[in-house]
Design a protein around this ligand. Structure first.
Ligand code: FAD
Length: 388
């Protein structure tokens, strides 16, 4: 292998390029990124950057060490096709980049709602545009109380914005956390002056600063944000011959059905042996860790990820609290709070399946959480394999 094209110049793409060098690949690496910006970190976009306590420079993912790795950057260039042989990536400029291997790391794009001036929050440019409108006293209607919606609500409230959060489900975050823990998180909004409306959808975002709900109610809104999830950015691969299903389908080694083509990060719907199934994660840690596997696959090397990498992990910061989750929850798992401070919002809960721990959720409990996360890493692998 003498040349590799990485499509998507964000966390997963940059991590793949670095991993290729770490695994001694000294050929040409072209990094193609649709955004003009050099790789930057997304989690602060809904937190410190939106709050104005972090600058765009603080978000830089690339370090001076990356300059020595000799990447051939194509920023502000969008890949529009992957030729079915997998050998060439075609850019919106017409340039055709031929290489021996391709890493697909195009992430996800935010879902939006029809209507005038509806914000989404996925990119730095989105965050800059939203930040400009979050002025004290402005009325913000946030559609969707998932993690991003909850973080925007928290940040906006801290800026003196009047926030209403509208969630179609009866309990926010019931999908990832289950109903019990979802309810706990829901109470945080009210405690911080955010109005939460659940079990009702948005019928229309109207032109005159109003949002109409499906039950007929209307909300005044100077600013509207759709926080209704993201979809994998794989439209450009429609004619590539790649198997697509909620992202690019890959095996456990990130290999796709096309030889020499791997996929990583938010756009990859990958087989996870320790979970005995295919999963697409929109987690920062997955986008950081998975590329080492893909690099080894392209280079024909064997790579055994550390056991700790087999446990899905994400965090969220809301209202000054650190929420952390590790493992994989399913409906029917039993959740129990095993540690709690009586006088503060600090606890750790363990999810069990057939009596065995499979996931852990904590608010402001980083040390015991880290211990449980390590424990799950040794436990999960053997348990899930036994079940498959
Ligand atoms: P992305 O970061 O989406 O990058 C994909 C890149 O590919 C983009 O730059 C895109 O422009 C580019 N691209 C797309 N299509 C093309 C194309 N055709 N040609 C060229 N380039 C293309 N995770 C957590 O675990 N904890 C958090 O607290 C957290 N907070 C978050 C807050 C926000 C606001 C957001 C948006 C995400 C957050 N995440 C969080 C998720 C985490 O940031 C993502 O999992 C991570 O960014 C995924 O990295 P990625 O490189 O796979 O995809």
């Amino acid at each position: 292998m003498r040349s590799i094209t990485v499509v998507g110049a964000s966390l997963a793409g940059l991590s793949a390029a670095r991993a290729l060098r770490e695994q001694s690949f000294d050929g040409r690496i072209v990094l193609v990124g649709a955004e003009q910006h050099r790789p930057y970190d997304r989690p602060p976009l809904s937190k410190e950057f939106l709050a104005g306590t972090m600058s765009a420079d603080d978000l830089d993912l690339a370090t001076p060490d990356d300059d020595a790795l000799g990447f051939d950057w194509r920023l502000g260039r969008r890949a529009v096709a992957l030729e079915p042989s997998g050998a060439a990536v075609v850019l919106d400029t017409g340039e055709r980049i031929v290489s021996d291997g391709v890493v697909i790391a195009t992430g996800a794009v935010a879902r939006t709602l029809p209507g005038p001036r509806v914000h989404t929050l996925r990119t730095l440019d989105d965050a800059i545009a939203l930040r400009a409108e979050l002025t004290p006293g402005a009325r913000l209607v946030l559609v969707g109380a998932g993690f991003i919606g909850a973080e925007i609500a928290s940040t906006a409230a801290s800026l003196g914005v009047e926030v209403t959060l509208v969630e179609a489900l009866p309990t926010p975050l019931a999908g990832p956390l289950g109903v019990e823990m979802g309810r706990v998180c829901a109470t945080l909004h009210g405690e911080h002056g955010v109005r939460l409306i659940v079990g009702v959808g948005v019928d229309a975002v109207l032109g005159d600063r109003r949002v109409r709900l499906t039950d007929g109610r209307e909300l005044a809104a100077d600013v509207v944000v759709a926080g209704i999830g993201a979809v994998p950015a794989v439209d450009w691969l429609a004619d590539s011959g790649l198997r697509l299903d909620n992202g690019v389908l890959t095996d456990a080694d990130c290999a796709t059905n096309l030889p020499g083509v791997v996929a990583v990060g938010d756009c990859a719907h990958s087989y996870r042996p320790h979970l005995a199934g295919i999963h697409r994660f929109e987690h920062w840690t997955n986008a950081l860790q998975q590329p080492a596997i893909a690099a080894a696959t392209l280079l024909g090397r064997s790579y055994q990820p550390p056991a700790s990498h087999t446990v899905p992990y994400f965090w969220s910061d809301q209202y000054g609290l650190k929420l952390q989750f590790a493992g994989h929850r399913r409906d029917g798992d039993q959740v129990e709070v095993v540690e709690r401070d009586t006088d503060s919002r600090s606890f750790l809960a363990v999810y069990r399946r057939d009596g065995r721990p499979v996931a852990v959720f904590a608010i402001n409990r980083p040390r015991p959480f880290a211990r449980w996360r390590r424990e799950l890493a040794t436990h999960d692998v053997s348990y899930e394999r036994c079940q498959s």
